[in-house]
Design a binder for this molecule. Sequence first.
Ligand code: FAD
Length: 500
Amino acid sequence: MCHNNINNFNNKEKIMPTNDRVCIIGGGPAGLSCAMYLEKKGYENYVIFEKQNRVGGKCFSPKIKVKHNGVEEEKSFETGAIMGAITYHAVSEMEEFGGYYHCGPDWKPGEPNMRREFRKLDGTVDHPFEPKVNFSIKKTAGLLKLKKQMKKLNKLMQTKYKGYDCYGHLGVAKGEYYGISKGVDGYCGATKEDSFPNYIKGTNPNLKDLALPFSEFCKLNGVEEVQRIWIAPFTSFGYGFFDEIPTALVMKYLDVTTALEFVGMKLWTWPEGTEQIYVHVNEKLKHPALLNSEVVKVERPEGGKIKVTVLRDGKETVEEFDKLIVTTPLDYFANYADATAEEKELFGKIIHEKYCDYIATFEPGKSPNISGYMVDNMVPERLGHAMVYYNRWEYLDRDCPATVYALRNHLGSEDVSYEYTMKTMDEDMEKVGFPVKEKLYAQEVYYCPHVSPKDYADGWYDKLEALQGTKNTFYAGEIISFGDMEDTCAASKDIIGRFF
Ligand SMILES: Cc1cc2nc3c(=O)[nH]c(=O)nc-3n(C[C@H](O)[C@H](O)[C@H](O)COP(=O)(O)OP(=O)(O)OC[C@H]3O[C@@H](n4cnc5c(N)ncnc54)[C@H](O)[C@@H]3O)c2cc1C
């Protein structure tokens, strides 16, 4: 493993401007955070190519006109990332750099609404975690069991699985850990005054269990009930089903602290939308992203400069670079780059989720006035069904458009089509009492790239690490740690910190 350079991150005395020309593909959270951390290390000569006409990638927060009590106004809605938590240290550094901050964790009137309910498929509201509502001995016993297992899991993660909670997956398949400590108080595992990352390193053979699908891991450790807590912020958020996703992905994203913040609704939101975090960072960068600039070809001749062909306004231009940072889906890299046999083999193993969502208006006065989880639809047998809907502005009450979400794939099942998914989501919303009037925006996203439990156990992440720097190419983005804003930005900090 190459662990160079970690000691000069943010240590001002050692920062030396460097003239290496760096190409960053992608102007999402990963690309922009790479640029920010490059600047912090003295790199001034970088270019970000972004194929869309905006930055932020999957953080896209369109403004929509809404009408309530006869008053019309424009409000931000979310099509992608929505929330963060106290454990979002790298995102916090992005906020500081850009000068744009979250609200929460405590909700105040006028801020985006994070309240939610659970809804059965017949439309009735369920109260699975409130012992006093619909009281029964069975329910109380179930909740006691859940509480006990939560406590057990928490303890296991601190003891048997010590080292699980750093960013990334280095060494896990071999029973080791190496990465920036997540911590809960610090900045990306460091102190507020000095954002030098605090790497933790060690050996723990039990960590190999993290390659198991989460459902198997829970069974092995006698904590099956905890899946009831983890499922809503995992499966309904599009990250897949517990029988297909390695535990490491589940527990690194939803470490116990973050999971409990979800339960307690102690969450961060951004009133103008998550996109604005990245718009603000981009404005402060020495070299803001070049928009409408799609990288269509990458050539990396032995011993020569890297040649990057960019399509802009229908014209192709070629530029030369010393180093390349790829933040875009690696399973598509071979489509435009001179990928090596090793890259092709490794990247060919990447799986991604097919997450669909739409923002809709509803029949007059029939919008959901609070967000809702439909847990009965969070099983592979119900692919294409609505799993969650998001009400963003509480004061708009039953006039508020909502975003509705579904998954259309599962490892080992046949995908359902996008058209089927859109239709089924409409039907589900109607059944639970929210008939869709018009879809204002609809999409399917390339989501949560990862590898199968088998490939995880075979050391996929260590093989990727071994490729870092070959042909002056570095890989960042969601695949490195997990497909959320925090893990993505922290991965940039790690990659830039160690290799630049
Ligand atoms: C519905 C949804 C809900 C989510 N909820 C949350 C949440 O609540 N909290 C959270 O933390 N995260 C959430 N996420 C995840 C988060 O948005 C992503 O993890 C994050 O955006 C990943 O950043 P990235 O830069 O790696 O990839 P992306 O955001 O996908 O950015 C990649 C960028 O590369 C560009 N690009 C691609 N190919 C090329 C090319 N050839 N040339 C130039 N540019 C190119 C794309 O246009 C894009 O802008 C959510 C995502 C979605 C879709």
